[in-house]
Design a binder for this molecule. Structure first.
Ligand code: DQA
Length: 147
């Protein structure tokens, strides 16, 4: 089982970006945590980060045939990118949406996810742990009873 992890805009700044909201764990630390957990779960992970909507869409398209599922933190695109939503719907791979922060506890504009209706499920509010929970959820979905 192969899983693509996509980190959207501004997540390259994790560690120094609003640590009171997003925590102090860096993106490379999150990727290292995910690689370690992937080993335990018996899945393979590859990570990708982009600040560009089109690059994220290309990565979702290119995942078809190469990956079995996608762990996606779309960043602020969560709230308005119909193009990313359509890409998720188009490739038909299971997508688990993750957020570090609890978007429902924050500004009203963050309460809506346009991705959620096409995602298999969403995990939000547990900081870096959201990614680990999301990876477990996706592995469970892809491996059935094994995970
Ligand atoms: C985020 C939440 C978004 O509202 C925000 O724009 C981000 C990060 C999160 O992981 O909590 O960039 O997706």
């Amino acid at each position: 089982v192969r899983i693509l992890v996509i980190h959207g805009p501004n997540l390259n700044l994790l560690g120094t970006r609003e640590p009171e909201v997003y925590g102090s764990t860096t993106l490379s630390e999150i990727d290292a945590m995910l690689s370690e957990l992937a080993g335990e779960l018996g899945v393979e992970v590859e990570s990708f980060q982009s600040n560009h909507e089109g690059a994220i869409i290309d990565a979702i398209h290119d995942a078809r045939g190469r990956f079995d599922g996608i762990l996606l933190n779309p960043g602020a695109y969560t709230h308005y990118s119909l193009a990313i939503r359509d890409a998720v719907a188009a490739v038909g791979l299971p997508v688990v949406e993750v957020h570090l922060s609890n978007i429902y506890q924050r500004e009203p504009f963050r309460h809506r996810s346009v991705i959620a209706p096409v995602a298999a499920g969403t995990i939000a509010g547990f900081g870096a742990e959201s990614y680990r929970l999301g990876l477990r959820a996706l592995a469970h979905l892809l491996q059935g009873d094994r995970a």
